[in-house]
Design a binder for this molecule. Structure first.
Ligand code: NAI
Length: 463
């Protein structure tokens, strides 16, 4: 029997960050992990996908060179080498987290954890069973892809986002079910690697949770790249013989598309079902997400939950922020809560949002002012070969405080950090407009949007 102050189950972005911060605050911490450290984000999500998207962007740049007067031969893609390169990046970062555990004195126990009692966890591994007693247990076990009944991934023909990263050769055609974040990032990736891509989506636009005007820019860009998009359809079955065929319903008629592979990207669900939560009384919702209060407490005292396994946006940076917040709350050093959680989608152009949209602000009874600056107002975007997109800012009409920003533009993922600072710290559009933004950079989009709130943007015709 091993004893510790804090036991963290899961070494993804929520768990490893929480464990390191607890250790920095002088606590004895054990982390249990059954796979490699780093979680989905590092092993199967953010990092490998972004590495591959970088490679895909290089292909696109070479192909687009002609427009700039640069001629390249069509790129040859060695998928094994490409996936190998991506794998080495992941390996290096995995070793980095293991090193950080070591230098911070975090103990890593390998195996599968489940509760025996509220403060007692059994860890099963090839070496047998180990029991750990902990004063406080933090659940950070993450999420996994949702499965469509009768269309379960087999890793060969029907893929999920994990098996799509294990391909040994590129298919000629892939059908992607779901035009959400994962579906569109893979659509961008595969189409640039020369694969014919068809996307089937239940709702009537890509990125259904996002504003239609943002989604339309992305939809147009995908269309230009040759991605076929079918909105408002419901997939009914995938037949494998004589050829792989995806059947779907469109306005009451059965339609079909032949393909080589199918990627199912219809959301994610919590990875909580193997933990024995019922046994100790930790409550979850219908999809397994653990219910917590504002301080990450579950329904059982001294058991906490953070990251993807809880209700909220499934984002690595939300998980990391909660890891730090919980560690500091438990150590008694935390006095504040974070508000702004940005969200980025790595399509081309990228989409990034933070805070409230105009509609959300109005629904909350706020009187708002808005501005919208097109990409063409910023010289740098044209030098990057991009002119479609915009930045939208929503501010409180009475206080001038920035409530939300939406960006669809190259480098939107970086730009949203400034907007997040503004929303988190309650900065006003007037204050943002006083800050000198370097020229020529994409950051001028935010400057112009802030100035446009007061009708004084230089590079657009103010209303
Ligand atoms: P999602 O919820 O973003 O999109 C799933 C899509 O599938 C929706 O548009 C939905 O309408 C559609 N859909 C559901 N059932 C369908 C059906 N039977 N037929 C056709 N379409 C159907 O989920 P996704 O893309 O799987 O991503 C999961 C989570 O991972 C998201 O919450 C996302 O935020 C997160 N994520 C974030 C990333 C980022 O921050 N860049 C990258 C990848 C994932």
């Amino acid at each position: 029997m091993t004893e510790c102050d804090f036991l963290v189950i899961g070494a993804g972005p929520a768990g490893y960050v929480c464990a390191i911060r607890l250790a920095q605050l002088g606590k004895k911490v054990i982390v249990v992990e059954r796979e490699r450290v780093g979680g989905v984000c590092l092993n199967w999500g953010c990092i490998p996908v972004k590495a591959l998207l970088h490679a895909a962007q290089t292909v696109r740049d070479a192909t687009e060179g002609k427009r700039l007067g640069l001629m390249f031969l069509p790129p040859e893609i060695d998928l094994v080498a490409l996936y190998g390169w991506k794998g080495r990046i992941v390996d290096r970062l995995v070793r980095g987290i293991e090193y950080l555990f070591k230098v911070n004195g975090v103990e890593l126990v390998r195996g599968n954890a489940r509760f025996a009692a509220p403060g007692e966890v059994v860890v099963e591994s090839q070496d047998g069973e180990q029991r750990i007693l902990a004063s406080q247990v933090i659940i950070a076990t993450g999420s996994m892809p949702t499965v469509l009944s009768g269309m379960e991934p087999d890793g060969k023909v029907i893929l999920d986002s994990n098996s799509a990263l294990r391909l040994v050769e590129l298919p000629k055609h892939i059908v992607i079910i779901g035009a959400g974040v994962i579906g569109l990032e893979f659509a961008t990736l595969f189409s640039r690697l020369g694969v014919k891509v068809t996307v089937l989506e239940l709702e009537n636009q890509v990125l259904p949770g996002f504003d239609t005007d943002l989604a339309q820019v992305v939809e147009k860009a995908l269309d230009r790249e040759g991605v076929a998009f079918h909105p408002g359809v419901k997939v009914s079955q995938i037949a494998r013989e004589p050829v792989v065929t995806v059947h779907y319903d469109k306005d009451g008629t059965d339609q079909a598309v032949e393909t080589d592979k199918v990627l199912v990207a219809v959301g994610r669900r919590a990875l909580s079902h193997e933990l024995g939560l019922d046994w100790v009384g930790v409550k979850t919702d219908r999809r397994g997400f653990i219910k917590t209060d504002g301080a990450y407490r579950t329904t059982v005292p001294n058991i906490y939950a953070i990251g993807d396994v809880t209700e909220g946006p499934l984002l690595a940076h939300r998980a990391m922020a909660e890891g730090i917040a919980l560690a500091e709350l438990l150590a008694g050093t935390r006095k504040w809560k974070f508000r702004a959680i940005p969200s980025c989608i790595y399509t081309d152009p990228e989409v990034a949002v933070v805070g409230m949209t105009e509609k959300e602000a109005q629904e909350k009874g706020r009187e708002v002012k808005t501005s919208r600056v097109p990409l063409s107002a910023v010289g740098r975007s044209l030098t990057l070969g991009r002119s479609e997109g915009f930045c939208k800012m929503v501010v409180d009409a009475k206080t001038d405080k920035v409530l939300g920003v939406s960006i669809v533009a190259p480098q939107a993922d970086v730009l949203i950090a400034e907007a997040s600072v503004a929303v988190e710290l309650g900065l006003t559009a007037g204050e943002l407009g006083r800050v000198v933004h370097p020229h020529p950079t994409m950051s001028e989009l935010l400057f112009e949007a802030a100035e446009a709130i007061h009708g004084r943007a230089i590079h657009i015709a103010n209303r």
